[in-house]
Design a protein around this ligand. Sequence first.
Ligand SMILES: Nc1nc2c(ncn2[C@@H]2O[C@H](COP(=O)(O)OP(=O)(O)OP(=O)(O)O)[C@@H](O)[C@H]2O)c(=O)[nH]1
Ligand SMILES: [Mg+2]
Length: 225
Amino acid sequence: MMAPAAVHPPTEAPDAEAEEAGRRLFAQPCSFLAGATSDDALPADRLPEIAFAGRSNVGKSSLINALTGRTTLARVSRTPGRTQQINFFDLGHRLMLVDLPGYGFAQAAKKDVAAWTGLTRRYLRGRASLRRVLVLIDARHGFKMVDRPVLELLDESAVSYQIVLTKIDEVGPAELARRVEAVAKEARRHGAAHPALHLTSARDGSGIAALRAALGALAAPARPR
Ligand SMILES: Nc1nc2c(ncn2[C@@H]2O[C@H](COP(=O)(O)OP(=O)(O)OP(=O)(O)O)[C@@H](O)[C@H]2O)c(=O)[nH]1
Ligand SMILES: [Mg+2]
């Protein structure tokens, strides 16, 4: 699958070597390690971690499945808000993929919202091994009000984060270009945001190789055999 044409502002374009390294990393076995609903259930932070954050239904679990080439690793929900725990996936003992609970679903019980802002907040603020947070934004909708407090929290926590547009298969090229422009403009107002956006589709595979390459650069080195 071809990556989408370059759009202004620039999206991340990896070189062939980085792409091959990312491909090899994500071909490693990936296994579910833990599903944490409380601080004391978080696994030891021994590996560099990449957290996937975003509104409920934005496609976090689907993106993890697409990156790892599995269809059933992270559970994909038809009912928004199903993933109410922090799920950890160990990728080849080199990188931890962390599926965060979705936020902002309309029927959320108050206690669920409190749970997100409790455990997830503490995780984002205090996790020493957290290398990057991917903030997923639906390419059909762009930023919503519920995303703003999350960006602010990330700014405060001083963790590096990056915007990933999801479901780009659902929008035409002109709309996508407009969305990228608007999202990038908003992201530039946040100091800690990585300037390049990733444009992805878990459905048709667009942008997956490029994202693997970018994340590969953050992984622990492969052990010599
Ligand atoms: N067209 C299209 N649909 C997608 C894509 N990625 C995910 N979806 C659909 O969007 C819905 C939600 O996907 P999930 O991966 O469960 O979303 P999530 O962010 O993990 O949701 P929560 O765990 O509830 O927060 C599912 O019906 C997916 O099939 C994509 O790239 N393209
Ligand atoms: Mg999910």
